[in-house]
Design a protein around this ligand. Structure first.
Ligand code: XIL
Length: 316
């Protein structure tokens, strides 16, 4: 019986899932579904700064290594997520009284250490995550406040110092189609490329909470980034609908939505699509967005593949 993973392998397409370290160690159903569906993984949390930096001066790579080792053992590609973000920072860090120079040195050390450790293992890094606010201005964050816009240039250069073979991505949400935010990201990345910053790609998170955006507009958005010379990945896909007016049979509609986005990928040269979790029961959506349907992924809680799984398999 061919699996979705087999279909992705045969199409030379990277179909991925975000994974958590705990069920990888303990839950046979989890890793069976993971191996059935995917040839690529992203650590859902384990490579973020908070989880990796329990105390000042201390790095804890236990969970990140568990994800990396699983990927290697099962011949899966690894996307690194994420080196610089305003969220999930260490608790101690928020209390730390630093100067701007100390903050820059801290960030450089972090990027060098983490990207360096996974050199040759992580194929693509989300170097900077969510630096742009929804209205297209630069997002206020510890990094932006202390260092200004140059923190992005620096982060990409530092990652490139230690992982020159990894593809270095800027990643964001709400910028999947052509809109104010993706316009701003386009200009940001164009400026970075003009300055010779080693940015290789843009990640479209694709947390689709009201069905997926218009596929035509997503395709147009992908094309403009490609025309800049950037790779595009779909990095964190979820498909949900507002509970109040969810379509009937929303799982069938969800299958179409997943297929529509895969079609855009195949037509526009996007070779990577990552779904933000394995089973519906693993998803972050019910906790963070209680007003939407709570089954955004490709497998149900019993590890049965859903219509969306079959739709993707058929298309690949
Ligand atoms: C989410 C994880 O899925 C949750 O487990 C965690 O509590 C919060 O972060 N954009 C991103 C991801 O770039 O890192 C986020 O992941 C979801 C939104």
């Amino acid at each position: 019986d061919t699996t979705l993973r087999d279909a992705a392998d045969a199409a030379d397409f990277r179909l991925g899932a975000a994974v958590a370290a705990d069920p990888l160690r303990t839950d046979a159903g989890y890793w069976t579904s993971l191996r059935r569906g995917f040839n690529t993984v992203t650590a859902e949390n384990a490579m973020k700064m908070g989880p990796m930096r329990p105390e000042p001066g201390v790095y804890d790579f236990t969970d990140a290594d568990a994800v990396a080792n699983f990927a290697e053992a099962h011949d899966m590609a690894l996307r690194g997520h994420t080196l610089v973000w305003h969220n999930q920072l260490p608790d101690w860090f928020q209390e730390w009284d630093y100067t701007d120079d100390q903050l820059a040195a801290f960030l450089r050390d972090h990027v060098h250490t983490v990207a360096g450790r996974y050199r040759g293992t992580v194929e693509a890094w989300d170097v900077v995550n969510e630096a742009v606010a929804d209205d297209g201005t630069m997002r206020d964050s510890v990094w932006y406040d202390a260092l200004g816009e140059r923190y992005l240039d620096d982060a990409f250069r530092w990652a490139n110092d230690v992982a020159p073979d990894a593809d270095l991505f800027y990643n964001d949400y709400g910028a999947d189609a052509v809109n104010e935010k993706s316009d701003a990201i386009y200009e940001l990345l164009e400026g970075m490329l003009d300055r010779g910053v080693p940015v290789d790609g843009v990640g479209l998170q694709m947390h689709a909470l009201d069905g997926v955006p218009d596929p035509e507009s997503v395709a147009e958005n992908v094309r403009r980034f490609s025309d800049l010379g950037l790779d595009v990945h779909v990095t964190e896909m979820d498909v949900a609908y507002p509970e109040a007016d969810a379509p009937e049979n929303h799982r069938e509609r969800q299958a179409e939505d997943y297929r529509d986005v895969l079609d855009v990928c195949l037509a526009e040269g996007v070779d990577t699509l990552v779904v933000w979790g394995v089973r519906d029961s693993d998803s972050w959506i019910p906790e963070w967005f209680p007003h939407v349907t709570e089954d955004p992924l490709l497998f149900d809680a019993s590890n049965d593949p859903k219509p969306a799984y079959h739709a993707l398999k058929e298309r690949l």
